[in-house]
Design a binder for this molecule. Structure first.
Ligand code: NAD
Length: 427
């Protein structure tokens, strides 16, 4: 077989701080030995199909003009149109968006959705701008990336600091540009504009579905099981409620305002209400606060990181005393920590599987928009459960077959699907 030539991997990547794109490249290298005949195509995964950088000029409220850098990356379009959110953050970079779009390719392939992977972003701190400025920035951004997006080309959605309102502006601008209604151009829209029932809860519900399946496989009875969560927002809050409904005890919760612990189980409904009122769990009545650094060493059956990237590192992995980790957040575990946890026998249900419920219901939204026929929330939750469980069982079987972790198995499954499609379509 001819040797693969690849001169484009940046030399600045190092193992201490590889950055998100460096982590993705390492993940591809780890699955390359399992790709068999397809391994000749593995390097295609290391090259996003398309990266667009756009200038987003905007007139600010005071009359001055500002410029922001925007991105849209389509990592892979082999299995279908691009799919992935748009992030507004002051630290967004092209390489971060490249990694996030690659993980979307993996995620959509893991759960078998007919999508590729895309992601977008604008390097901006939205806290410094009025809603009117954010609206103008959003509309100009969508105009600038309009040549490469489309209902059957690439479908943005919400991510950090973007929401249903942002999606409504995007849909309106794009529809105006095309001269026709284009509800399917974005997902995560408000229900009044063709959004899907069940979308808000979908990621947390998916975390619960695969978490419950993994608990069963590992001999954990959910009734009385101890759960700890980092993050009590959309994903963590929903997952906590569903695990509690299944009989589990939420023994610890950490968010940006505090860390709470109760061996007998926290009152989830009271906490949800407190977060709704105050924005965080800190200061909730009848709760005990513990030091933030003690969160990781709490003995628990299921640990759910559902807040930020890069939270579990080689510095705290050794202290973790959980039987299963279900990754609600994107990229919460550094690869070094992954190895430590796996050696300790802790089962990790990886993000690309565990939090795929959100993109799955986004897919349902896109399908409903295409047919202009809308489903009940029961239909949505039923279909979501089937897709998540089928994916979990397929990944589990692959892990067993190759004697690898669920993360490696998820990457084997996804990369095989991506490369099979790529081979059939040709270079
Ligand atoms: P959210 O904004 O609703 O909640 C975020 C939570 O993280 C909050 O409880 C916040 O207090 C907590 N948090 C923030 N900084 C923290 C810190 N320094 N320490 C501890 N906790 C901190 O966000 P979300 O939608 O629940 O998303 C959570 C994670 O799930 C993110 O990684 C996101 O990328 C991922 N995710 C979300 C979806 C979705 O559909 N919402 C889909 C896939 C993945």
């Amino acid at each position: 077989m001819p040797q693969q030539q690849d001169q484009t991997i940046p030399s600045y990547l190092d193992s201490e701080n590889p950055g998100p794109w460096g982590i993705f490249l390492e993940q591809v290298d780890r699955v390359a030995p399992y790709m068999g005949e397809l391994s000749k195509l593995t390097n295609t995964l290391k090259h996003p199909e398309r990266c667009l950088i756009v200038d987003v000029p905007v007139r600010l409220d005071d009359g001055s003009i500002a410029h922001f850098e925007g991105y849209r990356v389509q990592h892979s379009l082999s299995r279908g149109p691009g799919k992935g959110g748009v992030r507004y953050h002051q630290d967004v970079t092209l390489s971060e968006v490249m990694a996030l779009s690659a993980w979307m390719s993996v995620k959509t392939a893991v759960v078998g959705l007919p999508f590729g992977g895309g992601k977008g972003g604008i390097r901006i701190d939205p806290r410094n701008h009025s809603p009117a400025e954010m609206e103008r920035i959003t509309r100009r951004y969508i105009q600038e990336i309009s040549p490469i997006i489309g209902v059957n080309q690439d479908i943005p959605g919400p991510d950090m600091n973007t929401n249903g309102q942002t999606m409504a502006w995007m849909m309106d601008s794009y529809s105006t540009l095309k001269g026709s209604q284009q509800p399917g151009i974005v997902t995560g829209k408000p229900i009044a504009l063709g959004g899907s029932l069940g979308r808000v809860e979908a990621t947390g519900r998916g975390v619960f579905i695969v978490g419950a399946a993994a608990a069963k496989d590992n001999g954990i009875d959910l009734n009385g099981a101890r759960i700890s969560l980092q993050g009590f927002g959309n994903v963590g809050g929903t997952a906590a409620r569903l695990f509690r409904d299944a009989g589990a005890k939420i023994v610890a919760v950490q968010d940006h305002t505090g860390t709470l612990y109760d061996a007998e189980g926290l009152d989830v409904d009271a906490l949800l209400l407190h977060v709704q009122k105050t924005g965080g769990v800190g200061g909730a009545a009848n709760t005990t606060c513990i030091a933030a650094e003690d969160f990781w060493s709490i003995e628990t059956d299921i640990l759910i990181p559902a807040a930020l990237e890069g939270q579990i590192t080689k510095h705290n992995a050794d202290a973790i005393r959980a039987r299963i980790i279900v990754e609600g957040a994107n990229g919460p575990t550094h690869p070094d920590a992954d190895d430590i946890l796996t050696q300790k026998g802790i089962v990790i249900v990886p993000d690309v599987l565990a939090n795929a419920g959100g993109v799955t219901v986004s897919y349902f939204e896109w399908v409903q928009n295409a047919s202009s026929f809308y489903w009940t929330v029961e239909e949505i939750n039923q279909r979501l459960e089937k897709i998540m469980l089928d994916a979990y069982h397929a990944i589990s079987a692959t892990a067993g077959e190759h004697q690898v972790s669920l993360r490696t198995a998820a990457f084997i499954t996804a990369c095989t699907r991506l490369l099979e499609a790529r081979e059939l379509r040709g270079i």
